[in-house]
Each structure stands twice: as C-alpha cells, then as structure tokens.
Design a protein. Structure first.
Length: 344
C-alpha cells in the first residue's frame, strides 16, 4: 500500500467557478473553506483571475480572504496565485501584511506570472515582459515586507517580516522551479499542464518531477523544502454518480481547456478524465488513482480542487468530507487539527 511519506499538509483550492451568480460563487466558496476547516484540512487556497469568468471568478483575492478569515479560526489561507505582474507590488505587500495581521498569521502568499495576454493589455502591459515584471515586483514585495526602505525612503505599515518566509512561487517550468528554490520560497505545481508536441502522452509526473529536481537543487543548504501539488479531485459516495457529474463538468470545460493550449482529448469519458489529469470516483477509486501519480511521493503539501468537474455545491461539500475522512489518510496525511474543529 503506497503512502506518501513526505506529505505533511492537506489543502482545498478553488478558482470560484461554481455555476452561479458572482455573489453565490463567493458565498459557496466561503462555505467550502469553512467546511474544509471543520473537516480538519490544514489550508485553503484561492486563485485570482481578471475578466474571464469561465477561467476564474475572483479578481480581488485579499478582499475575499479577509471575508473568509472572519469566518474561520485555524485553517491557513493562501493565494494560488496573485498574478503579480498585473499588480502594484507595494499594494500587494500592504494588503498581504494587513490580511496576515487580521487572521493571526494564517496567510500564505502565492504568486505567479500568469494571466491571459488580453488581461495584460487591459492593464497597459506587454505579456511578453511578464517574467521581467514579475521578478521586479517580487523584489519590491520582499523589500516592503521585511521593512526595508522603498524608493523615496518610506517603509510599509504594518510590517510583517515573517511573511517573507511564507512566499510561494507557481511555475510550469524547470527554470521557474530553480528560481523558487534559489529564493528559498515554496514551489506551487499545477493540477494539469499542456503536453508538448514532442511528448504528447507524457504523464504529469514526467513533466513536474524535473521542476522539483531543479527546485531542490537550487534550494539553499538547510532550507526546508515546501512543495505543493494541486490536483483535480472529486469524490462521491457512489462511483457512478461521480462519473456522471464528471461527464457533465469536463465536457462543459472543454472549450476553455483547449484554449489553454491542451490537445483535444478523445470522446469517451475515460479519455477526458485522463486528458484533464482528473482523479474522480468513489474514495477507493480516487485513492488508487492518486497513488499512481509519482509526483505526490515528493510533495509536502497536497491541495485538491474539484475543477474541472465543478459539481454542484452540495457535492463539493461532500467531496471535501470524503477527501479528509477517507482519501487523504490512506495516502499518509495525518490530521492534526483539534477535534473542536469538527463542531458545528
């Protein structure tokens, strides 16, 4: 029975894609994170997206996490990610510091270069320069968080120096893994990645293990690795019901999937599940599916999301419970939250 010895923490992730109005999306996501805390999960993460509601439903992650922080007390709250090139770096540092203060040090700052070219254009930026803008903005964020003077001599208030040790970098590339490792940051790995023409049948592990290799090689001596893998996971009590919902969700998500650079999958549900790198079914099927993912043998954090199944809200809540009760413990996760978290 394969168990992942390095797995220390379990998290829930949402891009706020429920089939609902904006206000309901935000309410559902907050309820899902509250349920994750009650189920004993260690962290909850939200994504930032501008403009494209089929890709992600939240442009203002700090505002939303402030709302969620008031409804939770223990679970760590993270951004996965803030699209740093599209943000004012000083304001990111200020918002992160205030949020971390208000939630008693529970905030994790995940950043990345992402964003559609059209989003960059709307902000008056060139998407071809995203890496340079990202590097410049991340340096400003670090400078501000640790209390060093910014251009002009000012320092931010409040200061949260400890947040500099809770930065995570998302990447698809080996170079990005090395960049995150050299900085001593955490590494954020995606739930899926487009395959190259040279290796159209590559597994996700074959793509992501070289990124982990580069990260670990660049990590300063003595620094503790923080490697988080996001995975698409949807669990139901009935295997057939899980597959029925997956068939609806994956076919609905297919246009956006192809727009993201992925190859067109076959027509069968089995082919769709494989193409989307999705783990779906009852608990036993999902456990077996996740055990086949060699990347997970090396991660410290597993964060699961229901995308792109995107089942109705009650099914998402049940999936959270089943992951915490059955799936994650079988993989090696040990629940450390106090029992009081299950109350209510």
């Amino acid at each position: 029975m394969k168990r992942f010895a390095n797995l220390k923490r379990l998290g829930f992730f949402t891009r706020l894609l429920d089939e609902a109005s904006p206000s309901e999306r935000y309410r559902f996501a907050a309820e899902q994170i509250v349920r994750a805390e009650k189920a004993g999960l260690d962290s909850a993460w939200i994504a930032q997206h501008h403009f494209h509601e089929r890709e992600g439903g939240l442009p203002s992650p700090f505002t939303f996490l402030g709302y969620v922080a008031a409804q939770t007390s223990r679970i760590r709250l993270g951004t996965g990610i803030v699209t740093l090139p599209l943000e004012n770096a000083v304001r990111v540092a200020e918002d992160a510091a205030v949020l971390d203060l208000l939630c008693n040090g529970r905030f994790e700052l995940g950043v990345g270069t992402g964003g559609n070219p059209s989003a960059f254009a709307a902000f008056g930026l060139d998407s071809a320069q995203r890496n340079e803008i990202f590097a410049r903005n991340l340096e400003i964020v670090r400078t501000a968080l640790v209390g060093k003077p910014l251009d002009g001599g000012d320092t931010i208030y409040p200061q949260r120096r400890q947040l500099d040790k809770r930065i995570w970098q998302a990447t698809f590339s080996v170079a990005g893994g090395a960049r995150a490792g050299k900085a001593g940051d955490g590494l954020l790995l995606s739930r899926t990645q487009p395959r190259t023409r040279e290796a159209p049948k590559a597994t996700l592990a074959e793509i992501q293990n070289p990124v982990i290799d580069a990260y670990l090689e660049a990590l300063p001596k003595g620094a503790e690795p923080r490697i988080m893998a996001s995975r698409s996971v949807f669990v139901a009590d009935d295997h057939g019901e899980a597959l029925r919902l997956a068939d609806i969700g994956l076919r609905r998500a297919l246009p956006q999937f192809l727009k993201g650079g992925h190859a067109k999958p076959g027509e069968t549900l089995e082919e769709m599940i494989a193409a989307f790198d999705t783990h779906v079914g009852d608990a036993d099927h999902v456990i077996a599916s996740l055990r086949s993912d060699a990347t997970l043998e090396r991660v410290t954090d597993l964060v699961f999301q229901v995308h792109s199944v995107d089942a109705p809200h009650p099914h998402v809540l049940r999936s959270i419970d089943l992951v915490a009760e059955k799936v994650a413990p079988a993989l090696g996760w040990i629940r450390t939250a106090p029992d009081v978290a299950l109350a209510g």
